[in-house]
Design a protein around this ligand. Structure first.
Ligand code: AMP
Ligand code: TRP
Length: 329
């Protein structure tokens, strides 16, 4: 049976190899055998104030990247969140069923709000909007990186809670899909922190659109350790383990084979080879991105996607309004 797959990426610039290896790669793998919907979640992006012009550019950048990594609008629905009003509507309904206690425990909220009384309410409600995104399409499977595990659990809790109150067939209870390798790529300058779009040091990440010189600099300067052994050991050698993971997923060579191949060889050679592997993987994405971004077809693709997404969303929204006794239309 084909499954409904849903996922989203925030249009915040600096889409990096963590986003690619943890999430986007899965999106592409899933699109042949499933009914996939991929969203650019602009409403999530404004939890932190954004310059409207830059936000608009970032939305088109993510759309072009979706296509550049291999998503095909003939196979998958690709659209922008705020073009389908059901997301915000369902988020409100779910907020009325989410507990302030459970939202206070979300680690992403705790990290970003830092106990400040002036943290925006949207930052607090962010995971509920994410749950709405997923439940709005009767999604079965949600491919994401490890950092989203807690949000997926909350989505499942909310779906089950509403089903218990309003009827079992209100929502489909979704499952997260996490990769064994690549689900958590770490920062290159600090392998104890995850690679992020917003970290201050640009050498902490490799963005998908970085040129060869930047890729080289970030990898050559990456933090390792002093024992000189190329061995996968997350606890004692987080830096080398992270590089091995990146090498393995870009090259398709199992980590155990890489460990053998680099036995007795120093970090310099290993890093040089990783530069080549990474540059080789990203160059075609960069080239396709430039072509697609300039082609002028992007807006039409997104409009068409929004239309199809809206149709799918309305089916669920009609059911949900009906279950809750909302509206009279
Ligand atoms: P975001 O940039 O927060 O919109 O994330 C988009 C997708 O990339 C989500 O599925 C994240 O879980 C995933 N992701 C973000 N950072 C990483 C990382 N360092 N390693 C693996 N996956 C990640
Ligand atoms: N919160 C996700 C992130 O920061 C992005 C996101 C929003 C998402 N809505 C979603 C991911 C729905 C999967 C499904 O990465």
């Amino acid at each position: 049976m084909t499954k409904r797959v849903f996922s989203g990426v925030q249009p915040t610039g600096n889409i990096h190899i963590g986003n690619y290896l943890g999430a986007l790669k899965q999106f592409v793998q899933l699109q042949d055998d499933n009914d996939c919907i991929y969203c650019i979640v602009d409403l999530h992006a404004i939890t932190v104030p954004k310059d409207p012009k830059i936000l608009r550019e970032n939305i088109l950048d993510v759309a072009a990247l979706y296509l550049a990594v291999g998503l095909d609008p003939e196979k998958s629905i690709i659209f922008v969140q705020s073009d389908v009003s059901g997301h915000a509507e369902l988020a409100w309904i779910l907020m009325c069923n989410a507990y302030t206690g459970e939202l206070s425990r979300m680690t992403q909220f705790k990290d970003k709000s830092r106990n400040s009384e002036s943290a925006p309410t949207g930052l607090f409600a962010y995971p509920v909007l994410m749950a709405a995104d997923i439940l709005l399409y009767d999604s079965d499977v949600v491919p994401v990186g490890n950092d989203q595990k807690q949000h997926i659990e909350l989505t499942r809790d909310l779906a089950i809670r509403v089903n218990n109150k309003y009827g079992d067939d209100t929502f489909v209870v979704p499952e997260g899909r996490f990769l064994k390798e690549g689900a958590r790529i770490m920062a290159l300058d600090d392998p104890t922190a995850k690679m992020s779009k917003s970290a201050e040091n640009p050498l902490s990440r490799i963005s998908l659109l970085d040129d060869d010189a930047k890729i080289k600099k970030a990898i050559m300067k990456s933090t390792t350790d002093s024992d000189g052994l190329i061995r996968f050991d997350l606890e004692n050698k987080p830096g080398v383990s992270n590089l091995l993971t990146i090498y393995s997923v870009f090259s398709g060579t199992p980590i155990a084979d890489l460990e053998k191949q680099y036995e007795g060889i120093g970090y310099g050679t290993f890093k040089n080879d990783l530069v080549e592997v990474t540059s080789g993987a990203l160059a075609p994405i960069r080239k396709r991105f430039e072509e697609i971004r300039l082609s002028g077809e992007l807006i039409d693709t997104l409009k068409d996607g929004a239309e199809r997404a809206n149709e799918a969303a309305e089916i669920v929204m009609r059911r949900v309004r009906n279950k809750f006794g909302l509206g009279v239309r």
